[in-house]
Design a protein around this ligand. Structure first.
Ligand SMILES: [Zn+2]
Length: 137
């Protein structure tokens, strides 16, 4: 079972919601590193290392805003990677209408999309379809 950025980001947010305590976050990062040893990707590991130092003392403290921003970033990146992971399963392709407007192959809803990702999510029915703007090889 892979420990995803998305999951990590959401857990971090939950901890921050209970009140900011840099020691607690440092300890939490340590315990994740121990539990998930060898199962986390390099990028997430680096994030964990940044959080370890929070235990060392107040001079290393990050503000709650910085930590929240970090959590948001990880959730967003995680979402994006999950989209990429579903790539093989999705068969339908959205239709280009005009300009940046796409049409959902499931419910015919149209929406304006600036996405450069391979898959787009319909704002109406939430189904994923291939982004016709992106050329895959
Ligand atoms: Zn739809």
């Amino acid at each position: 079972m892979n420990y995803t950025k998305n999951k990590f980001g959401r857990e971090l947010k939950t901890i921050l919601d209970c009140g900011y305590n840099s020691n607690k976050i440092g300890e939490w990062a340590h315990s994740i590193h121990l539990q998930q040893c060898g199962e986390i990707n390099k990028e997430l590991e680096e994030v964990l290392f940044d959080l370890f130092v929070l235990e060392e003392g107040p001079e290393f403290e990050l503000s709650i805003e910085e930590l929240n921003k970090l959590a948001d970033k990880l959730i967003e990146e995680g979402d994006r990677e999950e989209l990429t992971d579903s790539l093989q399963e999705v068969k339908e392709v959205a239709t280009i209408l005009e300009g940046r407007w796409l049409m959902c192959p499931f419910c015919q809803e149209s929406w304006e999309s600036e996405s450069k990702l391979s898959l787009v999510r319909c704002p109406n029915c939430s189904n994923l379809s291939h982004n016709p703007v992106v050329k895959t090889d």
